[in-house]
Ligand binder design. Structure first.
Ligand SMILES: C[S@@+](CC[C@H](N)C(=O)[O-])C[C@H]1O[C@@H](n2cnc3c(N)ncnc32)[C@H](O)[C@@H]1O
Length: 291
């Protein structure tokens, strides 16, 4: 089925830590030229969708260590008909969501079937309270306010399925994706933040030191985001760094700053950076390897 996504349709699934709000501004910071786009922590794919729609290149590689997230993107790419029909059946039976559907979700999220996993990823951000690690049960309030499952959220998946055609989708550790050879690759890396850590995702506390090393050794143009702290600022003092004030959904919507860094620059980097926040450090060389 053909579906025309509106510009404000940024992500196909509600996701903790999604960059849906800021992705259009982040996409402006992309290098001027690149042949390949890679996203090692893709989650809901906010930035991937922006790049795919508005700054197309030759090839795309998205990755996440979470097998439900990967199942979601793979099933949407390869079996959108069956996926969307099954979601429409669920919507017909359960409307915006029911306790019974939540109980089914508990089983699907640990299923060995790819379609069940994909369904569980889609439903998680809509009918479940809390994070992947701290699940507080059925989100009835979202159903009451109409923010849970809707027909339009399901039908819209047609548009996102189209964007996934021909895209490589893997479930590796991010370091393999960042280190892999490529010609003129652009990487957007949005790892779990220190404040979120294992509270939000399934894979243990994120190691900032290893991430810093991966960025330092990366031969590609990298744009990345992290929570703002003395440690993260010090770790990337040789890069372009922008401080952005945000509302962090992962810690109860408290205001918090994040930093956005790049190991490359573009002629309009500063101009676009000002639309996001304050540019702290500047680099003039394309990669940090000469620094
Ligand atoms: C902040 S979220 C990314 C959100 C994404 N940018 C979006 O717009 O939805 C971080 C993601 O990193 C993934 N992740 C955590 N550790 C990872 C690892 N070692 N390798 C790859 N992905 C990992 C989590 O599963 C999660 O989806």
């Amino acid at each position: 089925m053909e579906y025309r996504l509106a510009d404000h349709h940024i992500i196909p699934l509600a996701y903790t830590g999604s960059k849906a709000k800021i992705a259009p501004l982040l996409a402006r910071l992309r290098p001027w030229e690149f042949l390949e786009y890679r996203e090692p922590f893709v989650g809901s794919g906010a930035m991937f969708n922006q790049i795919r729609r508005f700054a197309p290149c030759r090839s795309y590689w998205i990755n996440d260590i979470d097998r439900r997230v990967v199942a979601f993107h793979r099933v949407l790419r390869d079996d959108a008909d069956a996926f969307i029909n099954r979601l429409l059946d669920i919507h017909a039976d359960h409307g915006g969501g029911t306790q019974e559907l939540f109980d089914l979700w508990m089983g699907w999220r640990n299923s060995s079937d790819l379609m069940d996993l994909a369904i569980s990823a889609f439903l998680r951000g809509l009918i479940v309270r809390g994070s992947e690690m701290k699940c507080f049960g059925f989100a009835n309030s979202r159903v009451i306010t109409g923010k849970a499952i809707t027909h339009s959220k399901i039908i819209r998946l047609w548009g996102f399925a189209e964007l996934l055609q021909g895209v490589k989708i893997t479930d590796m550790d991010y370091r393999e994706v960042m280190a892999a050879y490529g010609q003129d690759a652009f990487i957007f890396a949005d790892p779990p933040y220190e404040v979120a850590g294992e509270e939000c995702y399934d894979h243990g506390q994120f190691d900032l030191g290893e991430f810093t090393t991966a960025i330092d050794h990366c031969r590609h143009s990298c744009l990345w985001t992290l929570n703002c702290s003395a440690t993260t600022m010090a770790a990337f003092s040789r890069h372009n760094v922008i401080v952005h004030s945000m509302h962090h959904s992962a810690n109860g919507h408290a205001a918090a700053d994040e930093i956005i860094g790049a190991n490359y620059t573009t002629p309009l980097f500063e101009t676009h950076a000002r639309d996001i926040g304050t540019l702290l450090h500047r680099i003039s060389n394309r990669h940090n390897e000469a620094a």
